[in-house]
Design a protein around this ligand. Sequence first.
Ligand code: ATP
Length: 137
Amino acid sequence: MMADADFADCVELQPELKRLKLRRNNWDSDTYEFDEVLTEFASQKRVYEVVAKPVVESVLDGYNGTVMAYGQTGTGKTFTFGRLGEVDTSDRGIMVRSMEDIFTDLSPNTDSVTVSYLQVATYVCITAFCIIITFIF
Ligand SMILES: Nc1ncnc2c1ncn2[C@@H]1O[C@H](COP(=O)(O)OP(=O)(O)OP(=O)(O)O)[C@@H](O)[C@H]1O
């Protein structure tokens, strides 16, 4: 068994600073700043509020919106977007939460909604998951 001192995480998340640190080695690292850094402890609600809710709100103001997840296979794109939350409603993903907010806001007699959903896989198993929402008044 390896002693703790023999290895260290090469990626360090600093959510409170909205930063991600990539260690090159023990004495050198690069730091990247983001609009938001979400850890594995972030709830589906928090992810929705940070990532997709602003897009939904702008859609409801008449703009087109796209939310896209991109990453290696198994990193959680389907979980983050597609969970229905049938057993536990707190599991609901971005697509369900977006629809809830859009259909709460619209007037069925005058408004029309189109939703496109796309999943693509590249040959190295990096996949992208995308929802495009258009709200037409
Ligand atoms: N935030 C999370 N909390 C708990 N489990 C998660 C979370 N995100 C992903 N998982 C689990 O990790 C596994 C892989 O997630 P998922 O299928 O969403 O990955 P993916 O990026 O869509 O993969 P692929 O590109 O192969 O479709 C699943 O078992 C899923 O339940």
